[in-house]
Design a protein around this ligand. Structure first.
Ligand code: CTP
Ligand code: MG
Length: 404
């Protein structure tokens, strides 16, 4: 009991972001690539953001070059206060080891290791990797190799064509059980095995099984100046502004004989119930429509036709969770959700905190990003006559890399 609390308090998942390189292949002239601007923000700020906004990540350590402290403070902006800094080393491998050692007090269960030069890792990718990490095995995102691969001889002629079936390109973040990857890194350093270019290869060398999960084509590594320019152009297509979308939803249900109503995920005793195919939770139906609207994904009826018996009596949180997953799969992060209930009765006020908590859980966001409001219709119209309840919902979603 006390042990599980201790783990909770120190956090189970840490992320390491490697940013101590000099970016020589991108031409050092404009400074290390991780501090260059793409779409109006520094590469490293975007790389940190993916982890800072991911609920599964409890702590972030960034390895930087000792010369880059000012560059980092300027580039990281508000994120500077949310990460710990550690000095990098002369190689990527050395920088990683320093960062891993810096986590030894915290001793997280799992650690993610990521290149600052990949600014487009989003939280669905991060969660996919984390989900595949076990107590003894790691995981990494990969993409099947699309180009035909050639091996060259010393004179620049093709020596062989390498069959590409079964070949994958490795991305980061790569995830590991913390204690095991720290030990593998320490052992590699002591054995003078120093030419690893990613952490999976160190884990493989140490005998740790590595699970491959689906990478993301958006998750490119910026190596050459041209790649940085292309990333900048892609982001600037939205005028450098983040792609923020707002969705709106409306629903209404009539009362019928019953003993309780479901509203925003909470059962409220009442002298009637709402009529509908599912549990008739009018607030969650409006919320589902608002979520779907942020990515042009139709409405609740498109995905859950009332003609299908499967949804008879279904709990409406299923619809909300489905829509939230769809938003996440398209690269979105929910910024806030707001529901207004319009009814003469029951009274909503006493149930508001429970509703907020229930919706926060369904959407996977903090309660502070949720609002529930209620109003009567001043006795007017069908709502005023107590014939039913109406609900309006508004949701804002940020799509950092654009809607995918
Ligand atoms: N890295 C690091 N410490 C080093 C070398 C690299 O933390 N001593 C980091 C880089 O900052 C980068 C990541 O490891 O985010 C991947 O390395 P790479 O793309 O090779 O970046 P650089 O080493 O900076 O670039 P180059 O090899 O072109 O100099
Ligand atoms: Mg390098």
């Amino acid at each position: 009991m006390s042990e599980s609390r201790a783990i909770e308090a120190t956090g189970r998942v840490a992320a390491i972001i490697l940013a101590a390189g000099r970016g020589e292949r991108a031409g050092g002239r404009d400074g290390p690539k991780q501090y260059r601007m793409i779409g109006g923000r520094a590469v490293i700020a975007r790389a940190i953001e993916g982890f800072a906004e991911c609920r599964s990540v409890d702590a972030i350590v960034v390895a930087i070059h000792p010369d880059d402290r000012d560059l980092f403070a300027r580039a990281a902006g508000a994120f500077a206060g949310r990460v710990s800094l550690v000095e990098g080393g002369p190689t990527r491998q050395a920088s990683t080891l320093n960062a891993l050692r810096a986590l030894s007090e915290r001793a997280p269960e799992k650690v993610l290791i990521h290149d600052a030069a990949r600014p487009f890792a989003n939280h669905s990718l991060i969660d996919r990797v984390l989900a595949a990490v076990t107590s003894s095995g790691g995981a990494l995102p990969v993409l099947p190799v699309a180009d035909t691969i050639k091996k060259s001889d010393d004179s620049g002629l093709v020596a062989a064509t390498v069959p590409r079936s079964g070949l994958f390109a490795a991305q980061t973040p790569q995830g590991f059980p913390y204690a095991a990857i720290l030990e593998a890194h320490e052992r590699a350093a002591t054995s003078k095995a120093l030419d690893f270019t990613d952490d999976s290869s160190i884990a493989e060398w140490a005998g740790m099984p590595m699970r491959m999960v689906e990478g993301s084509p958006d998750n490119v590594k910026l190596t050459l100046t041209r790649e940085i320019e292309m990333a900048d152009a892609r982001l600037s297509a939205t005028g450098g502004l983040p792609d923020v979308r707002t969705g709106n939803g409306y629903d209404v249900h009539a009362f019928e004989a019953g003993r309780a109503v479901m509203l925003c995920g909470i059962e409220i005793p009442h002298d009637r119930k709402l009529s509908g195919h599912s549990d008739a939770d009018v607030g969650l139906h409006a919320l589902t429509d608002a979520l779907l609207a942020t990515c042009g994904a139709g409405d609740i009826g498109t995905h859950f036709p009332p003609s299908e018996p499967e949804w008879r009596g279904a709990r409406s949180r299923i619809f909300v969770e489905y829509a939230a997953r769809l938003v996440a799969e398209r690269g979105g992060r929910i910024a806030n959700a707001d529901v207004t209930l319009v009814c003469e009765a029951p009274r909503i006020g006493p149930h508001r905190p429970a509703m907020v908590a229930a919706m926060a859980e369904m959407l996977g966001i903090e309660p502070g990003r949720i609002s529930v409001k209620a109003t009567t219709n001043e006795g007017m119209g069908f709502i005023g006559r107590g014939e039913g309840i109406a609900a309006f919902a508004t949701v804002s979603v940020v799509f950092p890399g654009g809607l995918s």
